[in-house]
Design a protein around this ligand. Sequence first.
Ligand code: FAD
Length: 429
Amino acid sequence: MIKTSVDKRRVCVIGAGTAGLCALKNSLEAGLDAVAYERGTEIGGTWIFSEEMPKNEYDEVHSSMYEGLRTNLPKEVMGYPDYSYPDDIAESFITSNQVLEFLRSYAEHFKLKPHIKLQHEVIRVRPRLDDWEVYVWDHSTDTCDPVYYDFVYVCNGHYTEPDLPEVEGLDLFEGKKMHSHLYRKADKFKDARVLIIGAGPSGMDITNHVRVAAKQVFLSHHLSTTPNTAFMGNVTQKPDVQRFTKDGAVFTDGSTESFDHVMFCTGYKYTFPCLSTDVGVQVIDNFVQPLWKHCVNINHPTMAFVGLPFNVIPTHIFDMQVRFTLKFFTGQRKFPSREQMIADLEQEIGERWGCGVRNQKKAHQMGERQFVYYNELASIAGIENIKPVIHKLMKDCGKKYIFELDTYRSNKYTIVDDENFLKNGEAIV
Ligand code: FAD
């Protein structure tokens, strides 16, 4: 395709969840000609709850959302920097449907709909000499055509491909086995004995849902600090499973239990099935590389991945990564050389490994590090940083799902200004 100087640079966004909508909106605002392809029939990704578990053409279950979920972060940090949740929602910790409504209103407010193609699945992305060839399968007409783009935002989400650990004897276990990806409702566990593996946000929350219907729940984990399950009368904590047996498991402390179901709340794999190998990105144990600043494809810097870091404030990190990369895509900033980007990546990973985090699965983990990361993105690209109040609020509400699961969702936050917030009506310094 011959480009003339009057051509608008074209952006392909893969996915119309929280990240894809943000990439689309900011690309359009930057004056680019952007399209978001969404394989589903509606926008919102993760936040679409469906009891029936609709399957896409590849027989994959779409979303991991379950009945009765309330957010683990308050809505005060879940809005975008330039678009907040409405004040008339009284509670801070809201339902999945309220998040979905919010995303729809974001798309409406920024007039994104004409730029979103639903039921359009990106099935192959391949770099050419100076642009991208993107094959898009239109499910409604069952046709597949190539389209050409200058930039690609990969926003396909990473909560659909279960990460299942290999545990001795799992094949022997005759009870029911599932991953949290397929969990929908607690009533399936009525009067059952259930083993839940993993005490991350999903493991803790699902334990709290399932225990209401179940007779007995065992929560197996290897957290160094004991989560609070004291308020859940029928939940017993266990160390890791050493091996499964016909009707239960032996744990690493030598104890044994029998149960009817085992549910793995062991996380997800990052996968990018539509990216061809010449995209130059590989994933080893959820470490996506080589990327500059956890988002720019060093081998082809006109491609960016949005939302790989975890233990973060999702909407804010998405928005910053998109605004950061747009400065380069629009020519306002020049990418460092390939060598500089690789050196930067090696330095960061070296620091992580040096701090004892040798697990590749944690290569994109942020936690408190995220605030250093935001500072870096802001200063390199000259973009607005997240507001101090978001940082402070996150400090107050983070990780409460482990230690204050019984009470923390009754907290009500109010943002006062860019620096200050109230918690249950009181100022927090
Ligand atoms: P997704 O929401 O998964 O969207 C990706 C989209 O891309 C999907 O619509 C998918 O259909 C589409 N897609 C994928 N491949 C293709 C393709 N090849 N072609 C076209 N379209 C494609 N975050 C919070 O901030 N607070 C919470 O309380 C919270 N709770 C959570 C609870 C659960 C159970 C889960 C699973 C996640 C939770 N999260 C929470 C994290 C949440 O997923 C992120 O905040 C955010 O919604 C992720 O957005 P995303 O756009 O990256 O991915």
